[in-house]
Design a protein around this ligand. Structure first.
Ligand SMILES: *Cc1c(COP(=O)(O)O)cnc(C)c1O
Ligand SMILES: [Zn+2]
Length: 366
């Protein structure tokens, strides 16, 4: 198994503690899935059920709280039938635990004792929780505007918290300096994180009896959820387990939509945008590291981008509360996007949409 540079194609052993190519490029993992769905039936329903698909060599390095196996819940909201993947039901309160479980297991396998990570809150909380369980030290960098509840969570997990003044991009720059010396357990750079998040696709496919959604609607910031889902469906499709790929519908907040703007302008890379404040703090990413991959994945599946206003996010957050779904504002983004697309979707299409972060982590915003 190799780490392969997406820019210059250099290859490195996956057992080298490397998170970036020497050319500065983003790394992917060369991985071919071998799986027989028939083998799975007796295993517990958590993400390690798909053990063959997870690039951690030795079981003894696995750091897991039996996370995943989240419900896929059929419902109808405002005349649209959909299945909602309740992917906020995780030990740390967001789907980031999928990536954190696999990445921190790999970090343990590499013998690394200390990591750094930056985040708008949820990825940091997830990495901090798994590092606490693994006995690995961690320093988490966050924008100082992050919801206080997420900061408390990160500190209670024993991580060292660095609150960086300014934007999410200022935080990313601060952690890059720290990552010169300490391994960067980054959810946006590190491909092992994506190989954890991809289990969301395995679960959805299995919950649909190895069919696929026609459309999958997801919020996008750094694109870890979108790229993880794409990777998972692609592996299953490549292995002949599922018959086709879902169309990926990527939803961004109008106030920070570098990929949506690039999609409209038919560009292959995110465009430079002036970011405005948004309720969707979890996806307020102006310079997504894997932006090119996000755009390519959406185009390849025949999907599209949608942007949503702050008023629409606030409206859909309330609608979700009225359904008893207590999620954080970022999670409402995908619903606002689906509502905007409603007219162009036929009633017979199977729509799957994900809820991504727990409401208990967010502070009152609307
Ligand atoms: C991380 C996150 C997302 C998705 O963001 P990506 O950066 O695209 O992975 C969506 N919702 C919540 C609550 C999140 O924490
Ligand atoms: Zn390279």
């Amino acid at each position: 198994m190799n780490l392969v540079c997406t820019t210059c194609s250099s290859a490195f052993s996956a057992n080298e503690p490397r998170w970036r190519c020497h050319c500065g490029g983003v790394l992917d993992l060369g991985f071919t899935l071998k799986i027989d769905p028939g083998d799975l039936s007796r295993r517990p329903f958590n993400l390690w059920r798909y053990r063959e698909a997870i690039p951690v060599d030795d079981d003894k390095n696995i750091i897991s709280f039996r996370e995943g196996g989240t419900p896929l819940f059929d419902c109808e909201i405002d005349d649209v039938r959909m299945a909602i993947k309740l992917d906020y039901l995780f030990p740390s309160g967001s789907f980031k635990d999928r990536g954190a479980s696999v990445l921190v297991s790999k970090v343990k396998e590499l013998g690394i004792k200390h990591v750094v990570e930056d985040s708008s809150g949820n990825a940091g909380a997830a990495i901090a929780a798994y590092c606490a369980s693994a006995g690995i030290g961690c320093d988490i960098y966050v924008p100082d505007s992050t919801s206080p509840n997420k900061l408390v969570q990160i500190e209670m997990m024993g991580a060292t918290l660095h609150k960086i003044p300014g934007s999410r991009e200022d935080t990313a720059r601060a952690v890059l300096a720290a990552a010169e010396k300490i391994y960067y357990a980054s959810h946006s750079w590190n491909p092992f994180f994506l190989h954890g998040v991809k289990t969301v696709a395995y679960e959805i496919a299995e919950q649909m009896a190895w069919a696929t959604p026609d459309v999958l609607v997801l919020p996008v910031g750094n694109g870890t959820l979108l790229l993880g889902a794409y990777l998972g469906f692609k592996e299953l499709w490549g292995a002949g387990v599922i018959p086709n790929m879902p169309k990926l519908i990527a939803v961004q907040a109008e106030n920070c939509a570098p990929c949506a703007a690039a999609f409209l302008q038919e560009k292959s890379k995110p465009v430079v945008v002036e970011k405005k404040p948004t309720l969707a703090e979890g996806i307020a990413v102006a310079e997504p590291i894997r932006g090119k991959q996000i755009l390519a994945a959406v185009r390849e599946t025949g999907g599209q981008f949608v942007t949503v206003s702050e008023a629409a996010i606030a409206f859909w957050l309330k609608r979700l509360y009225q359904q008893g779904l207590y999620v954080e504002p970022t999670a409402a983004v995908a619903f606002a996007g689906l509502a905007a697309l409603k007219k162009s979707l036929s009633g017979s299409q199977k729509i799957v949409i994900a809820l991504t972060g727990h409401g208990l982590k967010a502070n009152k915003k609307i």
